[in-house]
Design a protein around this ligand. Structure first.
Ligand SMILES: CC[C@H](C(=O)O)C(=O)SCCNC(=O)CCNC(=O)[C@H](O)C(C)(C)COP(=O)(O)OP(=O)(O)OC[C@H]1O[C@@H](n2cnc3c(N)ncnc32)[C@H](O)[C@@H]1OP(=O)(O)O
Ligand SMILES: [Co+2]
Length: 149
């Protein structure tokens, strides 16, 4: 079973500046420029907090899941996300264990990640996302490769 880390906590907002205000007031700074993720119909502003992120999500089109969420529940906590080393393997393991994924395959997330969502009912009322980050490239990866031998 792959290592599991809390990757991010996601918050739905109709406006990134408005949604980000409490985190800026807490002294956090955005982790780079806002990022559009067309497949999810969202614009993302992320704040690093220790090893995890606070991810503000604003809808970029009316049929975005975030637009639907905002219409039903208003702004606030949207999902929690966990980092896995091998997303397909985790999906197969959890599905065999009765978990219910919202789509059969991973989808592109922010920052080159692959993501998959579990149904909120399976999450006992919480929308849970699994995230696989791209393999590191460049000197860091070579160094990691060398240290393996
Ligand atoms: C930039 C990418 C980024 C990343 O991490 O890289 C992202 O995280 S993108 C995030 C946006 N994308 C998604 O959320 C995709 C997955 N979500 C969905 O497919 C839908 O939002 C879904 C199916 C979770 C809910 O859709 P909808 O509300 O239209 O369906 P239902 O009304 O049938 O809802 C079923 C049931 O779930 C409750 N619900 C809905 N959303 C949430 C939520 N975020 N947390 C907890 N519960 C949720 C909803 O109230 C219904 O419950 P019920 O008791 O039947 O009322
Ligand atoms: Co997310």
């Amino acid at each position: 079973m792959s290592a599991l880390l809390l990757d991010h906590v996601a918050i739905a907002t109709p406006d990134l500046d408005q949604g980000a205000a409490p985190y800026v007031a807490l002294g956090l700074h955005p982790e780079g420029p806002d990022e559009e993720v067309p497949g999810q119909g969202v614009r993302v502003r992320a704040f690093q907090v220790g090893d995890t992120l606070i991810e503000l999500l604003m809808p970029t089109r009316p049929d975005s899941p975030i637009a639907t969420f905002l219409a039903k529940k208003g702004p606030g906590l949207h999902h929690t996300a966990y980092r896995v080393a091998d997303l397909p393997a985790e999906m197969a393991r959890l599905s065999a264990d009765g978990a219910r994924f919202l789509a059969p395959e991973p989808a592109p997330g922010r920052a080159g990640t692959q993501v998959a969502f579990l149904h909120p009912k399976w999450g006992q009322g919480t929308l849970i996302e699994l995230v696989q980050h791209p393999a590191p490239v460049g000197p860091a990866a070579q160094e990691q490769e060398v240290s393996r031998h």
